[in-house]
Design a protein around this ligand. Structure first.
Ligand SMILES: Nc1ncnc2c1ncn2[C@@H]1O[C@H](COP(=O)(O)OP(=O)(O)OP(=O)(O)O)[C@@H](O)[C@H]1O
Ligand SMILES: [Mg+2]
Length: 319
């Protein structure tokens, strides 16, 4: 039922598709924008009773929503030029990421407990508010907290650390606790409205996986879990692309002692982005407040790792 509701909501994102049209499409098996985009107007009209001219418009809208059309290389370049970057607070980490956390993409930070995932999310929520010449986007953040680990006290500290007014900074972070995976997905569905109206350039989901893991445990639920997660990530990707915002997700994985010096991508659980577009950053604890970051299979970024530190004032380069 909840799935059905979400599908209807998805389809009604298309201009010209109201709830009753969405219902007809779903009943005829066109349950997603993708399904509509690859159908012909004739098929849709025959299967749903929607008039042919209306079906032509719906298919066109779906293809536009998914951006299925030729683009010129020049357009690609222009899209790329729209990408903006948010500083992490550490020059090392920024360099590793090609200048900072990018808009129009999903960046996944994954690693074991205490590796700094939540600290980075807090820091980015502050830094997105910095003026552009200081590495920010002079914009607001949305923080979807699934584990209850958001701390406004930490935001205050970090705001002071970058010389911003703490109260103003806290005013510009919209925090919400997601109580389960359905709620988490519904929040993202509703974000399309908020992001459209407000100057939001960062969306954090910390952590993206915890509810899904708890609610769909074990191998027997893996397929279902992955299907829902993929849908969730897909929605986040659309938000990132349509509104040119940075999406940052975290994912706790256990370091496996036996492969600790081997390939970190083999950590238990692994990263969630799979082959979805985006940047994956593996975080590992090091001595004291130092943390090691490594970008994993990003063809456009140079291989390598770097070291940053978690200090009282936030994320910084190590002393
Ligand atoms: N006020 C602070 N001053 C200095 N260091 C801090 C402060 N708050 C947190 N830290 C550091 O950050 C670490 C916690 O990192 P963080 O909460 O980001 O981990 P995580 O990767 O999100 O872990 P989990 O998987 O459990 O969510 C602490 O162990 C501590 O070293
Ligand atoms: Mg955390």
């Amino acid at each position: 039922m909840a799935d059905e509701k979400r599908r209807i909501q998805d389809l009604t994102d298309l201009p010209g598709v109201g709830p009753s049209t969405a219902q007809k499409l779903i009943e005829a098996g066109f349950t997603s924008i993708e399904a509509v985009a690859v159908a012909t107007p004739q098929e849709i009209s025959a299967a749903t009773g929607i008039s042919l001219p209306a079906a032509v418009k719906i298919v066109k809208a779906a293809r536009e929503a998914l951006d299925i059309r030729f683009k010129t290389a020049r357009e690609l370049k222009e899209e790329r030029l729209k990408v903006r970057k948010i500083t992490t607070g550490s020059k090392n980490l920024d360099e590793l990421l090609g200048g900072g956390v990018e808009t129009r993409t999903i960046t996944e930070f994954y690693g074991e407990y205490g590796s700094g995932k939540t600290q980075i999310c807090h820091q980015l929520s502050v830094n997105v508010q910095l003026p552009e010449d200081k590495g920010g986007l002079a914009a607001k953040a949305v923080y979807i907290d699934t584990e209850g680990t958001f701390r406004w006290e930490r935001i205050e500290q970090m705001a002071r650390g970058v010389g911003l007014d703490p109260d103003e900074v806290m005013e510009n972070i919209y925090w919400i606790r997601a109580i389960n995976s359905h709620h988490q997905m519904a929040i993202v569905d509703e974000l399309f409205d908020l992001v459209k109206k407000d100057n939001i350039k960062l969306i954090v989901v910390d952590s993206v996986t915890s509810h899904f893991r708890a609610e769909f445990p074990g191998r027997e639920n893996l397929a279902m879990r992955q299907q829902l997660l993929n849908r969730h990530l897909h929605q986040l990707m659309r938000l990132a692309e349509i509104y040119n915002v940075a999406v940052v997700i975290t994912n706790q994985v256990m370091a496996r002692p036996d492969v600790f010096y081997g390939d970190p991508t083999q950590a238990v659980g692994g990263h969630v982005l799979g082959h979805a577009p985006g940047v994956r950053v593996y975080l590992k604890k090091s001595r004291g407040n130092r943390r090691i970051a490594r970008v994993v299979d990003a063809p456009h970024l140079p291989e390598g790792e770097t070291v940053f530190a978690i200090t009282e004032w936030g994320i910084r380069d190590p002393e």
